[in-house]
Ligand binder design. Structure first.
Ligand code: ATP
Ligand code: MG
Length: 191
């Protein structure tokens, strides 16, 4: 099985590139942001908890996030592999993911880091906010999300380097070129 972690700051293009990777490799796509937004739209208890945290630019607590992810993984049948989009976002989540996959006799194949400068992230997210009305895509919340990313999520680059899975991708430029770089990185890890 092919298990890909797509990684990067908010607005780095994880969702966009995930769609292409899913199509090429016939993977299941688990986007934790999409899962949480679906819970919010459904008005569930989990959705109410999540909305307050997301609108404040913070992270859902690890324990809760890991149990949501585990349920999504358990629900898969005949999967050729998974692209994890928006998970892990903390070291604790990365450790939990490794345990879950190892327990199934698997591991992360590659961690794809999409690197995009902060001024470009801000521009993209403000544009997305105008188009989609996503409540967390406003300047104040974006700034908080970038701080959270730098403090809690960015250390995962080192963590995955130590695990031999990290692949650096320049996330600035043409979508086709970025996708080609991602495919080359995945193939390099397949050996
Ligand atoms: P992108 O634009 O690259 O898709 P994003 O950061 O804008 O990324 P999502 O991944 O959709 O957005 O996540 C939205 C919010 O959901 C996060 O800001 C966070 O509050 C919450 N969230 C999503 N995944 C996690 C996670 N793994 N752990 C904790 N909170 C999460
Ligand atoms: Mg997304």
């Amino acid at each position: 099985m092919l298990n890909i972690v797509i990684f990067g700051a908010p607005g780095s293009g994880k969702g966009t590139q995930s769609e292409r990777i899913v199509e090429k490799y016939s993977l299941n796509h688990i986007s934790t942001g999409d899962v949480l937004r679906a819970e919010i739209a459904a008005g569930s208890e989990l959705g109410k908890t999540a909305k307050e945290i997301i609108d404040n630019g913070q992270l859902i607590p690890d324990e809760l996030m890991v149990s949501i992810l585990a349920a999504k993984l358990d629900a898969l049948e005949n999967s050729k592999g998974v692209i994890f989009d928006g998970f892990p976002r903390t070291i604790a989540q990365a450790e939990a993911l490794k345990k879950m996959l190892n327990a199934r006799g698997e591991d992360v194949t590659a961690m794809i880091e999409l690197d995009v400068p902060e001024d470009e992230l801000m521009t993209r997210l403000l544009l997305r906010g105008q188009a989609s009305g996503r409540a967390d895509d406003n300047e104040e919340t974006i700034k908080k999300r970038l701080v959270v990313y730098n403090e809690q999520t960015s250390p995962l680059k080192e963590w995955y380097k130590n695990d031999g899975k990290h692949c650096y991708i320049n996330g600035l430029g043409e979508l086709d070129r970025i996708f080609a770089d991602i495919v080359a990185a995945i193939e390099s890890k397949l050996g």
